[in-house]
Design a protein around this ligand. Structure first.
Ligand code: MRU
Length: 344
């Protein structure tokens, strides 16, 4: 029996366990993992078993509650110090996705108002609230997006910003799901998304599972489908948005945005406000996560696919300039980059 029942991450409060789908096994194996072990939690985020900015944020909140519920301490200062230490360690796992930082800040904010008696319960309640909050805002993004795409037959998406990247619904794929509920079937072209293949493995998996017409293309085919009039809009998610609208998302996103501009195709970023970094003015200030080069030449192949002496460069994200973004689809409505500041 599935504990998650259609969600991507969950909190088993009866057993005090953080629950997640191991996304590194998809699409060939579906496996839910239940844990209260710090190292397993750390590895789950670091190794992308749980990934996608909103899912990372909510999972972090659940994990912090699980870890604190296990604490032996009954003294407030000790509990707070323990929580802070976990936050400082977890935040290092993925430096670009701001939702990780957001979740740790939210938990510390709640902890500051607690005492020793209500500490664990309040932290647990906050994690549960963040699960519900994520579901609600993704649904809203889907509703606004479905309205915007009323006359759209097909979209292109990059990476996975679907239900597997959030608790439910997703951000970039939520409009497609809501449109389907309303009887409007939008086709999706999914970029495979080198090097970790989130588009091929995860986006295609969840869209096919939902009965959506899905076509996987290699990343270098986006220009072909755009030139041939096969896509009406681009929908992507985001990992951190600066105040001017510059957007960090999966490596390759900015190239897709440049192509979309060239072919006059609207390029929408689906952004929950939890992914806006109010402390960052422009994209240049966003730290880009650099990952192991083995992901490029070895991970998916039986034998290494690049010569031993060749170097690799593996930035996990890039920055799409705000001038390339037609609009942001948010839980508060559809807004332009210039309007972001009005909403904070
Ligand atoms: O490295 P990942 O798989 O965590 O990267 C995910 C993305 O870049 C998503 O597009 C982004 O987090 C938005 S998820 C709603």
């Amino acid at each position: 029996m599935s504990f998650l029942n259609g969600a991507t991450v969950g909190f088993d409060t009866a057993d005090n366990k953080a629950v997640f789908i191991d996304q590194t096994l998809l699409p060939n194996e579906y496996k839910e993992i239940s844990t209260d072990d710090y190292q397993e939690i750390f590895d789950a985020i670091k190794l992308l078993k749980v990934r996608g900015a909103p899912a990372i944020g909510v999972f972090t909140a659940i994990a912090l509650a699980v870890l604190m519920n296990k604490s032996q301490s009954t003294i407030y200062d000790e509990l707070f110090a323990e929580l802070k230490e976990y936050c400082e360690k977890l935040i290092l796992c993925r430096p670009t996705a701001v939702n990780l930082k957001w979740a740790t800040e939210e938990m510390l904010r709640i902890a500051e108002k607690c005492n020793a008696d209500n500490f664990k319960q309040n932290i647990t309640n906050q994690a549960m609230k963040m699960i519900e909050y994520d579901i609600a805002i993704c649904r809203k993004i889907g509703e606004y997006g479905a309205e915007l795409l009323e006359n759209c037959n097909s979209v292109l998406t990059h990476c996975n910003a679907g239900r597997l990247a959030t608790v439910k619904y997703g951000t970039a794929l939520s409009p497609v799901y809501v449109a389907k509920e309303q009887g409007h079937n939008i086709k999706v072209y999914a970029d495979e998304t080198r090097p970790l293949l989130q588009g091929a493995r995860l986006t295609a998996f969840e869209l096919c599972d939902a009965g959506i017409d899905t076509t996987v293309i290699c990343d270098n085919m986006a220009s072909f489908v755009m030139k041939n009039g096969l896509v009406d809009a681009v929908l992507v998610g985001c990992d951190r948005v600066a105040l001017n609208g510059d957007t960090a998302n999966k490596i390759g996103t900015s190239g897709v945005a440049i192509l979309a501009k060239h072919y006059n195709i609207p390029f929408y970023v689906c952004m929950p406000f939890s992914t806006l970094d109010k402390n960052i003015k422009k994209g240049d200030d966003i730290v880009i996560e650099m990952r192991d080069g083995d992901e490029i030449g070895e991970m998916w192949y039986e034998k290494p696919m690049i010569p031993e002496t060749a170097k690799t460069l593996n930035p996990a994200f890039d920055i799409t300039d705000h001038s390339l973004i037609t609009a942001f689809i948010t839980e508060k409505g559809i807004i332009t980059a210039d309007e972001i500041k009005k909403y904070i």
